[in-house]
Ligand binder design. Structure first.
Ligand code: FEO
Length: 172
């Protein structure tokens, strides 16, 4: 059985991950509306990954005897003034999610809950990758996005992202 505080934090993190999926689908809606289908596709894949993160945490709680309780998911309410704005909002959001995961990790450390620390190791690594991806996209957009041909090429590149469900995943 998990410590109550850690269980509550993880339960809340399910909501944050589902919100992330919702947020990125909203980014995809924006790009689809702008005619940038490659960007839209990239965020659709990202939304699928976020949903997977929520499922992983839900499964971990269930496997540890916790009754999961769903919370309401907030409405994504960002208005974008430029094509780079969602990319910047995405990077900011990932930094926020990293801070949440780190806080749960810290609590697990305090409680000597090595099992949850091991479970969260995967998420710590994943957050590192997601922040790097978000930064890369901003850098590319700044380099190439201001020119129609560059934006077209970038859109084509992002259209190639393949959704690959994690085969390893975290330790349960
Ligand atoms: Fe599941 Fe992007 O954090």
């Amino acid at each position: 059985m998990l410590n109550k505080k850690i269980a509550a934090l993880l339960n809340d993190q399910i909501n944050k991950e589902l919100y992330s999926a919702y947020l990125y689908l909203d980014f995809a809606n924006y790009y689809a509306d702008e005619g940038l289908d490659g960007f839209a596709h990239w965020y659709e894949v990202q939304a699928q990954e976020e949903r997977d993160h929520a499922f992983m945490i839900r499964r971990y709680l269930i496997n540890n005897g916790i009754r999961v309780e769903f919370l309401a998911i907030n409405k994504p309410d960002k208005v974008f003034e430029s094509h780079i704005a969602p990319l910047e909002a995405g990077y900011e959001h990932e930094q926020y999610v990293t801070s949440l995961i780190t806080a749960i990790y810290h609590e697990a450390f305090e409680q000597k809950d090595y099992k949850t620390m091991q479970f969260l190791d995967w998420f710590i690594k994943e957050q590192g990758e997601e922040e790097t991806n978000a930064e890369d996209m901003i850098r590319k957009m700044k380099l190439f996005g201001n020119d129609a041909k560059g934006l077209y090429a970038l859109n084509q590149e992002l259209a190639g992202r393949v959704y690959a469900p994690s085969t390893t995943g975290p330790a349960m």
